[in-house]
Design a binder for this molecule. Structure first.
Ligand code: ZN
Length: 116
């Protein structure tokens, strides 16, 4: 349970104190620390490290987008294409949050499977 809490707080998987991301700004919403400011853990182990986070991002996004499509299609009686476009637009503000969260989850999974 504490891991979930620390993931949601975007904390370092090793010391659970250091922040992974810098302050949230519109231009720098994905700005990460290279190393943990507390324990020095390197977050991006290698070039392309966060490609795995794309799969997590997809998994986190599919159900909310599907729910939005079904709501627009069935409840609002929009056409399927319009519902899909509407769901995409409605979901866009959540993308920075989901991308950040998926990166943190990826780091936790990777560090659990390969701590060194
Ligand atoms: Zn740390």
């Amino acid at each position: 349970m504490s891991a979930i809490k620390d993931i949601l707080r975007y904390r370092c998987p090793r010391c659970r104190q250091g922040p992974i991301f810098r302050n949230f700004t519109l231009r720098g919403w994905l700005s990460m620390y290279e190393n943990c400011p507390v324990c020095g853990l390197k977050f991006e182990r290698e070039q392309g490290y966060f490609v795995g986070a794309l799969y997590i991002s997809y998994g986190l996004s599919i159900l909310p987008v599907l729910a939005l499509v079904l709501t627009f299609w069935r409840v609002a009686h929009w056409s399927y294409g319009t519902s899909l476009a509407g769901a995409t637009v409605a979901y866009l503000p959540l993308v920075p949050l989901v991308v950040r969260l998926s990166r943190v989850i990826w780091i936790y999974i990777d560090r659990t499977l390969d701590p060194n």
